[in-house]
Design a protein around this ligand. Structure first.
Ligand SMILES: [Zn+2]
Length: 455
């Protein structure tokens, strides 16, 4: 027993020293943080709020918090909010924030007052905070950023703008880009928005395809290292093979109501339902994957659980994607969030297809024990290079820090258990940890000449 305690100390020390290649973040820029007066609600942009709503808290309180998290919320709302906390002290979301608040601000999240936490947040709101938290505290060597800046919100689907890509802090991040607006098309407004943004006219499917290609090319020039899609939030992940003829017919039907007359008055501009639009969207996804293949870029696909308190879990079963893995052999697929709760299904897919990998972004906070179970299962099931073991998936750096702590501990515990069972020796366990936390993602995303550490 004493022997295992020593091994535990050594393994944890080694794992803490491995820089993380964080495969998925939505972090706001430091500039945005600096320009805001941070209230304690800054700490709750999402996740914990989903648990609170699940526990019975009104969505109205959450909306008020989300809208005001940077400025207006008052102490009264904090005490309303506080009264629901006891239901979620146990969840991974709360645990990640507790770790962050304790280690970064020296406070107990469940006990601190509005004034205390406000003061610590104000003290932290200075240049260099992001680097301090991500590098010095979390030892995150590099993060893959799926940027969701305020100007791109409220568009139905998120879109990565060139301005977003330009403003990225290249010391900390490398970007992926989304093209979900081109794939998830179903209303005339989807077309109008793209026309406006790209200053183009769209009348036929070819125009739409050209717009996607042009957006793709311009983002490749901005050195994106992959594509991200989160369309499982809106539709099923089954992308059937459809003909261009079929897609064009649906595309034309979208123009059947141009927003004239009563349609305009009633606010029902032209379009088709998600279900009717499916063959067109399927066609566009196939085209997007061909672009990924041509440019040798991997794609990150949201699979499994949904953030928030809606979402049809059956839509996001990764098994729906199997035809794409077979057809697009040259595309590398990163199945996100461990596909939770489809952990076994994802394991089976990743084991079968050389071009399919699994990432554990979001997973260690979504279900800390589930993540550990999944890692234990996958380490017995999969070639070790197929697992990307960390992605913070936060909007705030403090969350990424808390999540990183939980992820390192999960990796350490699973490896220690394997040593104890005699599966690996200490040296091999550390080598595996390096692969899980840095090397696998480094190779999968083809990141070169960005960081020399960790490998
Ligand atoms: Zn995410």
């Amino acid at each position: 027993m004493v022997f295992m305690q020593d091994v535990g100390v050594r393994i944890r020390k080694e794992i803490n020293e491995i820089p993380l290649l964080d495969v998925h973040e939505h972090l706001i820029s430091e500039k945005e943080r600096l320009s805001s007066k941070l209230t304690p609600f800054y700490l709750f942009p999402h996740y914990t709020t989903s648990d609170l709503v699940s526990s019975g808290m009104s969505c109205n309180i959450v909306e008020a918090m989300r809208n005001d998290r940077m400025c207006l919320c008052d102490k009264k709302m904090w005490s309303d909010f506080h009264s629901y906390w006891k239901n979620i002290y146990n969840t991974g979301y709360f645990r990640a924030l507790s770790i962050a608040v304790e280690n970064l601000f020296g406070l107990k999240l469940d006990k601190c007052s509005w004034d205390e936490i406000s003061q610590r947040l104000a003290d932290s709101n200075k240049k260099g905070w992001h680097k301090y938290v991500l590098k010095d505290k979390a030892n995150i060597g590099l993060s893959i950023l799926d940027k969701l800046e305020p100007e791109t919100k409220g568009l139905g689907t998120y879109q990565t703008t060139l301005e977003d890509l330009n403003s990225i802090d290249k010391e900390l991040f490398v970007p992926v880009a989304r093209f979900d607006e081109f794939v998830g098309i179903h209303t005339i407004n989807d077309i109008r928005r793209i026309e406006q943004r790209f200053d183009i006219s769209v009348h036929f499917l070819n125009d739409w395809i050209e717009a996607l290609e042009s957006a793709f090319e311009s983002r490749v020039k901005q050195n994106i290292i992959g594509v991200k899609t989160a369309l499982a939030y809106s539709r099923i992940l089954k992308y059937d093979k459809t003909s261009k003829y079929e897609a064009e017919r649906i595309f034309s039907r979208i123009f059947s109501g141009l927003g004239e007359g009563f349609a305009w008055v009633e606010g029902k501009p032209g379009g088709v339902s998600w279900l009717e639009a499916k063959p067109l969207q399927d066609f566009m996804m196939h085209h997007l994957l061909r672009l990924c293949a041509d440019h040798q870029l991997p794609i990150q696909i949201h699979t499994g659980a949904f953030e928030g308190n809606a979402g049809l879990i059956s839509n996001s079963n990764p098994v729906h994607l199997v035809n794409l893995f077979v057809e697009f052999k040259k595309v590398r697929f990163d199945l996100m969030h461990g596909g939770y709760p489809y952990v076994c299904e994802i394991g089976s897919l990743v084991k079968t297809f050389p071009n399919v990998y699994v990432d554990m972004s979001w997973l260690h906070i979504l279900s800390p024990y589930g993540a550990k179970e999944a890692l234990r299962e996958w380490l017995g099931l999969l070639p070790v290079n197929k697992i990307l073991a960390f992605g913070g998936d936060y909007v705030i750096v403090e969350g990424a820090y808390g999540h990183a702590c939980l992820a390192r501990e999960n990796v350490a515990e699973v490896l220690l258990e394997s040593i104890e069972r005699g599966y690996f020796d200490e040296e091999m366990a550390i080598e595996i940890a390096r692969k899980l936390l840095w090397n696998n993602a480094y190779e999968f995303f083809g990141i070169k000449d960005i960081r020399k550490t960790g490998g």
